[in-house]
Design a binder for this molecule. Structure first.
Ligand SMILES: NC(=O)c1ccc[n+]([C@@H]2O[C@H](COP(=O)([O-])OP(=O)(O)OC[C@H]3O[C@@H](n4cnc5c(N)ncnc54)[C@H](O)[C@@H]3O)[C@@H](O)[C@H]2O)c1
Length: 268
């Protein structure tokens, strides 16, 4: 049921987005604003500027202040979205592939941002949403959280945790009318993934790295872009998804749904 004018799905709603200053988070902020939402940018970088060139009507906010939202003048918090990630991926990038080489202090640092950060956000957001008796929480997982071998194990581990956190929290939040879901995207060419690709393919020009990532998609003629994730977030945050909770929506062109038997090589 869409109740707002001009098909705008988030008219008069408020959304807090962590990691809204760049790439996927920025695209999500722009999408939400175009659908009438007020977006509070909780990034550690400067306030979001969406790709359409217009300055976003965003307010910066620290995690710990989320619980004071009711006093900020935005009294109905529709959505809290975790889009943040280990900053610039420096830590995540340099984690070793083998468990035997793992630096546990570094592991703790990455878990603190990607996992504890998500839990902290849910905690403070839930305090506001429980008072309202409604709301929607979206967390960002990844294909690497559902299949091994797609990224460094530390990053994959954090994303598996995020998917588990969503299921676990859904088990409590339903009784307060709060929906919580996860979105797990395929690889997208952002600063984060390109930085990581530089490690795999030293010497390859940025355009070459973009091509490699875009060709990794299984779905013919398409590759994953920030807008695909933003559209999934809009759907899940809107009334269109009013009965959907505890899910992990894969935005991966089917990548994690199948494996090809590849029998053709047996036919001589
Ligand atoms: N790019 C991909 O291929 C891909 C694929 C699957 C999932 N993801 C996930 O999508 C999300 C966004 O990824 P992206 O590619 O846009 O990354 P990005 O690095 O471009 O953006 C991450 C943003 O998070 C902010 N940030 C970092 N630490 C923060 C903190 N403690 N608090 C608030 N903000 C913080 C950064 O300043 C940055 O603006 C991440 O959770 C990432 O793991 C990305």
């Amino acid at each position: 049921m869409i109740t707002c004018r001009d098909g705008r799905k988030l008219e008069g709603k408020v959304a807090v987005i962590t990691g809204a200053a760049s790439d996927i988070g920025k695209e999500t902020a722009a999408k939400f604003i175009s659908h009438g939402a007020k977006v509070i940018d909780a990034d550690i970088q400067k306030a979001a500027r969406p790709r359409n060139g217009k300055r976003a009507r965003t307010k910066r906010l620290r995690h710990k202040r989320i619980r004071h939202l009711r006093r900020t003048g935005f009294c109905r918090l529709q959505a809290w979205i975790a889009r943040h990630n280990v900053q610039q991926c420096r830590d995540s990038m340099s984690t070793p592939f083998s468990i035997v080489d793992l630096d546990l202090a570094q592991f703790d640092r990455i878990m603190a941002i990607n996992v504890r950060g998500v839990v902290a956000g849910i905690k403070h957001t839930a305090q506001v949403m429980i008072l309202q008796g409604s709301g929607c929480i979206l967390c960002t997982g990844s294909i690497t959280g559902v299949m091994g071998g797609l990224a460094q194990p530390t990053y994959s581990t954090t994303k598996s945790c995020v998917i588990g956190i969503v299921r676990s929290m859904a088990g409590e939040l339903w009784k307060h009318g709060i929906r919580i879901n996860c979105i797990s995207p395929f690889v997208i060419t952002t600063a984060f993934s390109l930085d990581e690709m530089k490690e795999y393919f030293p010497g390859v020009e940025p355009e070459g790295l973009v091509k490699i990532l875009q060709n990794a998609s299984e779905l013919k003629g398409a590759y994953c872009e920030p807008i695909d994730v933003a559209n999934a977030a809009l759907f899940l945050a809107s009334e269109d998804a009013k009965f959907i909770s505890g899910q992990n929506l894969m935005v991966d062109g089917g990548f994690t749904s199948f494996k090809s038997l590849n029998l053709s090589h047996l036919v001589q």
